[in-house]
Design a protein around this ligand. Structure first.
Ligand code: AHG
Ligand code: MN
Ligand code: MN
Length: 337
């Protein structure tokens, strides 16, 4: 036995994200290289955000609020702005992405030097679960990649106002006890874990499938009296059943990650005051819907599949019921959908 075969490395440890994307595409075409480079830039942004988060308590001015309110009317955290800038910088002069849309920017961000060649748009939530930042709990980033059709600065938002079926890639980064990147190109769902000593995302699980049923339900029950009666009936039913556990972290990415691996359902329904709920379609619900659907699960507004929804505005919201197919179907049986 030679030294190499005695070593404890496994073949999987050599599967980095960029290599995996190329393998997934199955070709060495320009498109495959572009997507591989694109995921590589997202991974780079994720590593920079992860590094900043891991030392946030020691960096002057990293935590707390900026004093501004974003386009959603929500308080902006310094980390939201930092992460938004990181994604923009990661794509400047990349030749990959012409326009970016984010929760933290009212209008799409235009990168003129990329436009003659960059054929993709990036939609992202730079920090998901912002209220967890100052208390050192898990947060995430969500992303989706779509084909660019208009490469001009004043194209408006029409390009973005398409259904989730037009997503070419989608996924999230989870900044938890380890940093993970989970993505799909429409060919299954694959999970990578950041090895900080290598600075590389290494494949940790390929072709993840969500269990058809799970014991977790994930919903903010503080809103109980704001929901319509059918949603209250569903939750009362869950309370009356043995074997269900409530898990709600305040970060959609973290709750979805648990559900992807262990099954269950996440709900952010509309309320009487806000019938479309809280979560934004283009950079929260639709990317996660693509991912969970690819893993064999379901995502619906309660009346329509999330992937079929065509938004009327860049920051449009939708109710979201997402997770294991049987658990989503149970919710639907209460909603009469
Ligand atoms: P964001 O931090 O990007 O604004 O998203 C927060 C979202 C989501 O992550 C989480 O599931 C939900 O808001 C929590 O909202 P509530 O506090 O209303 O439950
Ligand atoms: Mn979010
Ligand atoms: Mn956010």
């Amino acid at each position: 036995m030679d030294d190499f075969s005695k070593a404890t490395t496994t073949a999987r440890e050599f599967i980095t994200l960029s290599r995996h994307v190329l393998n997934q595409e199955g070709t060495f075409s320009a498109d495959a290289y572009d997507l591989s480079a694109l995921l590589g830039r997202i991974a780079l942004a994720g590593k920079m955000i992860s590094r900043h988060l891991s030392r946030a308590g020691l960096i002057a001015g990293a935590l707390g609020v900026t004093g501004e309110v974003n386009v959603q009317g929500e308080t902006v955290q310094k980390m939201d702005q930092f992460a938004n800038q990181v994604f923009i910088r990661a794509f400047e002069q990349s030749g990959l992405v012409c326009r970016l849309a984010s929760e933290e920017m009212e209008e799409p961000y235009y990168i003129p030097e990329n436009c003659p060649i960059g054929r993709y748009m990036l939609l992202f939530d730079p920090i998901d679960g912002s209220s967890n930042i100052d208390v050192n709990l898990a947060v995430g980033s969500i992303f989706a990649v779509r084909q660019q059709s208009t490469a001009t600065e004043h194209a408006g938002t029409a390009d973005f106002l398409r259904s989730g079926h037009e997503q070419v890639a989608a996924g999230y980064l989870l900044y938890g006890s380890s940093t993970m990147l989970v993505y799909t190109l429409g060919k299954g769902v694959h999970a990578f874990t950041l090895d900080p000593s290598l600075g590389e995302f290494i494949l940790s699980q390929e072709s993840v499938m969500i269990p058809p049923h799970g014991s977790t339900y994930s919903i903010n029950e503080g809103n109980f009296w704001q929901w319509e009666e059918p949603m209250r009936q569903y939750v009362r039913h869950i309370h009356s059943q043995p074997g269900y556990s409530s898990r709600y972290s305040g970060a959609l990415v973290a709750d979805i990650h648990r559900i992807l691996f262990q099954g269950g359902v996440f709900l952010y329904p509309g309320t009487m005051k806000h019938p479309d709920g809280k979560l934004r379609l283009l950079y929260e619900s639709a990317p996660l819907a693509m991912l969970i659907t690819q893993a064999g699960g379901r995502a619906t507004t309660g009346t329509q599949e999330i992937l079929d929804v065509v938004p009327e505005a860049l920051h449009a919201r939708t109710p979201l019921i997402i997770g294991s197919s049987e658990d989503v179907a149970l919710v639907e049986s209460f909603l009469g959908s």
